[in-house]
Design a protein around this ligand. Structure first.
Ligand code: FAD
Length: 390
């Protein structure tokens, strides 16, 4: 693995860093307080090419490799995890599976709009009764002539109230058909559902601990009618599509964690140098330096784990376990880093005049979504032992 960045990767990172410094960081606290990012940012993210990273130019994408993609996610994560999540979900969990599994007509219809930021995507897997155990989801799709009718409820859906296109996973058969199959449950199908379809409703979930600027929603589908051409991939292959999408999605979450940790380190070092106690700056105290060193060591390790996944993806090698490893380590390390950052700031870390309290609130969800830390451990354990301990 070559750890040096190409000129192109460095240029993309610089573009993202400049955008974050000018157009994200100065507003992040206000968006957090208002519980809404400025929606105009979606188009801006599209104009800059960030919503089209790794997507071929023939669909309007900005191409680039997965290391460059992770660098952009890292920079966005440094600025505001809520903004990073908008991109991770629309690009990583909707546009990418569309590219991988869509028909030419589906790709031509949606990808150019999604990468331009003219349309936004959301990923509807989790349900009120089925989070970690997504394979037993209850949302149902039944055939009605040439159409499908979808009914059910999805919960905690990022971009939910902003989205134009929802990738919805629904039951079209029983899981029993999966006996002996290595593909997982066969009774689930992925559907591309325009959010303007009659019977589709999105209700924003307010009062989140973190990611307060992000539009997280409950989706209610009441007999939503979609044509057969809305099926993404094959009928019964939805669970496989969801899981492979999340494998790559975890790389993006992990990259966002790296950015958040970088923000924790930058803020903590600056503050430790400026804050005087007992006649000199707190940077002089070994116990303070220990906290900075702990953040820094975690940060280096986290970044290397992310780059390893990106490298495996680029080389076409299996990467699912490496992605779980990176997601587990980086999300837990991000929480540690934000906690340490608050400690360095003392009481000032507890008020949102400084950003570190937000970093902790935002970091906390990273250990929960796209598979909790426990689920990542079970995935890693299964890869090590061959035993499914779910
Ligand atoms: P549960 O599955 O009920 O888990 C509760 C606890 O039990 C956890 O600690 C879990 O680790 C543990 N647990 C469960 N099963 C096991 C087991 N077998 N062994 C050991 N421990 C276990 N979902 C989407 O589909 N799309 C989105 O865009 C999306 N965005 C989100 C945004 C936010 C802000 C949040 C909070 C969630 C989002 N989610 C999204 C949902 C998220 O992926 C789920 O919350 C997560 O998968 C956990 O499911 P759950 O909340 O039902 O918890």
């Amino acid at each position: 693995m070559d750890l040096s960045l190409t000129d192109e990767q460095q240029a993309v990172r610089a573009l993202a860093a400049d955008f974050v410094d000018r157009d994200v960081i100065p507003y992040a606290t206000a968006w957090d307080r208002a519980e809404s990012v400025d929606r105009a940012i979606v188009k801006r993210l599209g104009d800059l090419g960030f919503l089209g990273m790794t997507i071929p130019e023939e669909y309007g994408g900005s191409a680039g490799d997965h290391v460059a993609y992770c660098l952009v996610m890292e920079e966005l994560g440094r600025g505001d995890t809520a903004v990073r999540g908008i991109v991770s979900v629309s690009l990583g969990l909707v546009t990418k599976p569309l590219l991988a599994h869509g028909t030419e007509a589906q790709k031509r219809e949606w990808i150019p709009k999604l990468v331009a930021g003219e349309a936004l995507g959301c990923f509807g897997l989790t349900e009120p009764g089925n989070g970690s155990d997504a394979g037993h989801l209850k949302t149902k799709a039944v055939r009605d002539g040439d159409d499908w009718l979808i009914s059910g409820t999805k919960i905690f859906i990022t971009n939910g109230t902003w989205a134009d296109l929802a990738l919805v996973f629904a039951r079209t058969g029983t899981n029993e058909a999966a006996q002996g199959s290595s593909d997982g449950p066969r009774g689930i199908t992925a559907f591309l559902v325009p959010t303007t379809a009659p019977g589709f409703q999105a209700r924003e979930i307010k009062g989140k601990l973190g990611l307060r600027g992000q539009a997280t929603a409950e989706l209610v589908l009441d007999n939503v009618r979609v044509p057969a051409s809305s099926v993404l991939g094959d009928v019964g292959q939805g669970f496989k599509i969801a899981m492979s999408t999340l494998d790559k999605g975890r790389m993006s979450v992990a990259a966002g964690c790296v950015g958040l940790m970088q923000a924790c380190l930058d803020a903590s070092v600056t503050y430790a140098r400026q804050r005087d106690q007992f006649g000199k700056s707190i940077a002089h105290y070994q116990l303070v330096q220990e906290m900075l060193a702990d953040i820094s060591v975690d940060l280096d390790a986290a970044r290397m784990l992310v780059w390893r996944v990106a490298d495996l993806v680029e080389r076409g090698q299996p990467y699912a376990t490496a992605a779980s490893t990176a997601k587990l380590f980086c999300s837990e390390a991000a929480v540690r880093a934000a906690n340490n950052a608050i400690q360095v700031f003392g009481g000032y870390g507890y008020v949102d005049e400084y950003p570190v309290g937000k970093y902790l609130r935002d970091a906390r969800v990273l250990t929960l979504y796209e598979g909790t830390s426990q689920i990542q451990k079970l995935l890693i354990g299964r890869a090590l032992t061959g035993v499914n301990a779910f």
